[in-house]
Write a new protein. Structure first.
Ligand SMILES: [Zn+2]
Length: 269
């Protein structure tokens, strides 16, 4: 997992905390940067980091840190149009410049606080695999993918192919369970999110979480579509269209059955 201290270092190196309600061209209270904690140890680290970096900034002739410091409240996912933002807006800007003053923090000894096996936000592959034994190790070569997948699965998942309509195993399935990525075991969709679209491919209104899948603009075949990939192994799954059921969010995740693996034990997960 990424230690909290490392997050703090990256945070201070990548933006300008001396600006109160502004970053780059964006001005307003919603652009104030913030550090939030969920444990006393994190608060301790956050305050140590702020003190250390404030001194480095002062030594460089910069102003005081205006970043908000607070205990973490409820977490809300950002609006859909902000999810995977740079995929949707490839020319959008992020990568803000920091102050030019480097933030380097000493280890504090608090890094080993997370109990083994817990899947904390930002948990590493090792932690995630311990928490979910159905996650498969991620191959590092194309040969490994070919060994794991049969030719039809490989064509869809690794070459962005599309199975013929009405030929997939899950098109009309109503069995309860958790649909996982066939390539890596990553949980993707709950059966409750499945609906009959009539398209000939299994269709879902939403993924199990915003980071379960990633979306990428796809300009192949003379169309502009939004490709859906596995958020863990980045294999191709299908496309998402804005013609889903309006009362359930309006999206239609149009998946290839070959990219999915229904796990019946995930029904109540
Ligand atoms: Zn995957």
């Amino acid at each position: 997992m990424v230690p909290y201290r490392q997050l703090l270092e990256v945070f201070f190196n990548e933006h300008d905390p001396t600006q109160e309600n502004r970053q780059g061209n964006d001005v307003g209270t919603q652009y104030r940067s913030g550090i939030y904690w969920t444990t006393d140890a994190q608060e301790h680290e956050a305050r140590m980091a702020v003190d250390a970096y404030a001194k480095a900034l002062a030594d460089a002739g910069k102003g005081p840190i205006m970043t908000e410091l607070a205990s973490a409240g409820a977490f809300y996912f950002a609006e859909e149009y902000h999810q995977q933002y740079l995929h949707k807006v490839p020319n959008g800007y992020c990568g803000l410049k920091g102050t030019g003053v480097t933030c380097s923090l000493p280890p504090t000894g608090y890094e080993a606080e997370v109990p083994a096996g817990s899947a904390a936000p930002g948990a590493s592959e090792g932690d995630a695999a311990a928490a979910d034994p159905k996650l498969k190790p991620l191959p590092s070569t194309d040969d490994e993918w070919r060994a794991r997948l049969d030719p039809a699965q490989y064509e869809v998942l690794r070459r962005a192919g599309t199975e013929r309509a009405f030929t997939g195993a899950y098109t009309d399935t109503e069995d309860p369970g958790l649909y996982r990525c066939m390539a890596c075991g990553n949980p993707l969709y709950r059966s409750e999110a499945k609906f009959h679209s009539g398209s000939g491919w299994p269709s879902f209104t939403e993924a199990v979480s915003p980071d379960a899948v990633e979306v990428v603009e796809d300009r192949s075949h003379g169309m502009v579509r939004t490709e859906v990939r596995c958020g863990r192994c980045h294999s191709h799954l299908g496309h998402v269209f804005p013609d889903g059921p309006a009362d359930r969010g309006g999206l239609r995740y149009c998946m290839n059955s070959l990219a999915l693996d229904l796990d019946p034990e995930g029904a109540d997960a």
